[in-house]
Design a binder for this molecule. Sequence first.
Ligand SMILES: [Cu+2]
Length: 330
Amino acid sequence: MSKISALSFLLTLALGLTTSVASGRPDSHAPIGVMGDHTHLRGEWMASYRYMTMSMGPNYSGSSSLTPSDVHAGFPVSPIGMDMGMQMVGLMYAPSDQVTLMGMLNHTEISMDHIVRNGRTFTTRTSGIGDTGLGALWSIQKTDSHQVHLNLGITLPTGDLDVRDATPMGPNSLLPYAMRLGSGTYDLKPGITWTFLGEGWSAGAQGIATVRLNDNKYNYTLGDRVDLTAWVSYSIHPSVSISARVSYADWQNIDGADTRLNPMMVPTARTDLRSGSETTAHLGLNWEIPTGTFEGHRLAVEYGSVIERSLTGPQLGTDDVITMVWQWAF
Ligand SMILES: [Cu+2]
């Protein structure tokens, strides 16, 4: 290759990358199930509303599914399935090009179906404000095509631990760990995110740990957790991108115990039947509204299905997760 053609090749490449990054791109944000994936420029704000549903069931031990009668061999009550719906409002603000601040409030609804040895079924429900998230994204490398930033997050214990509902044990029974709206502890969430913007496609990866900093007021601590994910997105239209993503989560057992619960009754009251790992495959769609009244608005959806799991059981396994988000940058 001659010097001139090498130079013009580099110039075209540089221009191509600059244009692709400078213009609004639907895939400049990760698939919507990834949080803390993008930073903002100095002075920018972004508001978001997120709705996430998760359905769980059946029970597993290791990677094998269990029937309720398998669970009844060890416990009078077996959970059958659980549904969770979470609404979250978030705000992002960048005081500088290097630092983006984030705040998140959520409202969570949980319902769990159970079957007793005698065949009777019952459902417990809880809802309310969950743990509040605060965070900062610290950009440590930024070029036209690559960005690496640190995720520095903390959650505040605003979610209720004293959740109660009617069970065969009584009309106002204390509900076990999985039905509770928060961890009760200050949780540190350190992580790192890498994103790449190519010509017509993008990719990224993120790792986040959840480290519980103290014992909660009922003398237990939820297990620490690691979340890893990687994705690719393709632009199928100037304002629409589709994505494929894989995520892996690994979490530990509960340390200590809420002694008000009876661990003989139901597996969800056992602190040593909590740990596990799951791998989930996700498909997503991002739509960035390019012009007009709703310029700067984005709508995105992602569906994830668990493809591999290993749970200390009996424990309910996650089946699928749906995330829908509206974002407005201003
Ligand atoms: Cu944002």
